[in-house]
Design a protein. Structure first.
Length: 296
């Protein structure tokens, strides 16, 4: 009988190719048979943190020469990777955890390798994004992945305003020291009624998935400091579909009005949304007046 490892080995793995390999997001057992085969086969590993990756690979009995490819050197490292690929090597790209390129280095390396005319071959596997969504339920059937929000509160609020009318569920990544603040900011931007999934420490010992409303989120986190520890994915229900046509583009107009005149804001909003410019102009005028009154 054919073994699973034979199925992985039976495939053709071209030389001179970059293999983008997902690794576990916590539980070391969450690696695919094909990933192990390819990590064993490649000549070199392009890793976000070479020490971390060496430790992970040691657990699978794999040791390979590595190249550091992180946020700050992705371009120059890509040149070295391409030179090795042109010599006929196979190279795997891995990040510290999960899928490279998803809020992680890897995407620029992929661009550079493809621009050099060399093949890029993805090996699917764990990602905090899909892991959280798989256990979220039907309300996230359509989603937008946002990842990390800006850390400065003003920039964060501006980005959240642009997302407020999005009918799709929104997926965020967040670090433990900002989890309460960010959850509160989500409630301020979207109102307290939407559903929220707080997915913490996925696949790890202290994994927890808690569903509540945006209004309840901060208090739930603050009720026990253990709930604020570890790694987080936040999933927020999308905007309700049935909005008055009148205020459907308020979030966009409000953001544009911070920098532009009523006329320019209406013109750009019309280009972006396809809605009639006159109606947007009237609405922008009202919003601008409302803002003036609030500031008086
Ligand atoms: N590339 C990774 C992926 O595919 O999910 C994401 C890397 S990003 C630098 C790290 C963030 O992903 C964490 O701050 C957290 O928001 C999320 N994350 C990673 N592992 C997680 C886990 N086990 N549970 C919950 N969130 C996790």
């Amino acid at each position: 009988m054919l073994q699973i490892s034979d199925l992985a080995a039976g495939q053709h793995y071209p030389t001179g190719a970059l293999y983008v390999v997902a690794t576990p997001i916590g539980n070391t057992a969450d690696i695919t048979v094909r990933a192990l085969h390819v990590l064993g086969l490649v000549d070199r590993i392009a890793a976000e943190d070479t020490r971390n990756t060496a430790q992970l690979l040691a657990r699978y009995g794999i040791s390979k020469p590595s190249i550091a490819v992180h946020e700050h050197n992705e371009r120059s490292a890509a040149e070295r990777v391409i030179a090795h690929l042109k010599n006929g090597e196979r190279i795997a790209c891995v990040s510290d955890a999960g899928t490279p390129g998803i809020s992680d280095p890897g995407a620029r390396l992929v661009d550079a390798v493809r621009e050099a005319g060399l093949p890029v071959i993805p090996l699917p596997g764990a990602s905090a994004l899909t892991t959280a969504l798989s256990a979220a339920g039907a309300w996230v059937a359509e989603f937008s992945f946002v990842g990390f929000l800006p850390t400065k509160s003003k920039q964060r609020a501006t980005q959240l305003r642009t997302l407020a009318d999005n009918p799709m569920a929104l997926v965020f990544y967040e670090a433990p020291h900002r989890i309460v603040e960010t959850t509160r900011a989500l409630g301020e931007a979207f109102g307290g009624e939407r559903q929220l999934l707080i997915a913490r420490e996925l696949t790890k010992l202290h994994e927890s998935l808690h569903r509540c409303t945006l209004a309840e989120g901060p208090a739930w986190l603050e009720a026990d400091t253990n709930r604020q520890r570890g790694e987080f994915v936040l999933v927020v229900q999308g905007a309700p579909e049935a909005q008055d046509a009148d205020d459907a583009h308020d979030a966009l107009l409000t953001t544009l009005l911070e920098e532009l005149s009523v006329k320019s804001a209406a013109r750009i909003a019309a280009t972006l949304t396809g809605a009639p410019r006159n109606a947007l102009y009237e609405r922008a005028l009202k919003l601008a007046k409302r803002d003036d009154t609030a500031e008086e």
